[in-house]
Design a protein around this ligand. Sequence first.
Ligand SMILES: [Zn+2]
Ligand SMILES: [Zn+2]
Length: 136
Amino acid sequence: MASRPLRPCAQPGCPNLVEKGYCKLHQKQSRKKTKEEQRKEDQRRGTSSERGYDHRWRRYSQWFLRQPENQFCKLQLDGCTNIAQCVDHIVPPSSPDDPLFWDPKNHQAGCLHCNSVKGKSSMVGKSKPFEANMRK
Ligand SMILES: [Zn+2]
Ligand SMILES: [Zn+2]
């Protein structure tokens, strides 16, 4: 009797047959999902600048450490491994918005040891050792 051709719901894996699109169950869900997705997208947009900094810094660090003059640690603190593994800020910037953060004159090659020793001593203040990211 019901001769109208029915298709499976557009939701993958849903066995409900519908004339088109989603079954009632998934129509509701898809509407909810859209709202959630929008909220998530807004959140993503909010943190994209932070992520951009992180990404840019990582790329910059990789380039920096490839330069011939940046093969060895310039800090030479007690226990130095001498192998340049991260970019050290000569004057620790207060945040990624601080012009000191991207100032090439404020960058030097550092080993992880010296960087963490220096980071610990400068953490007493408000500055955070951004180079910690490089340890991952
Ligand atoms: Zn469905
Ligand atoms: Zn060192």
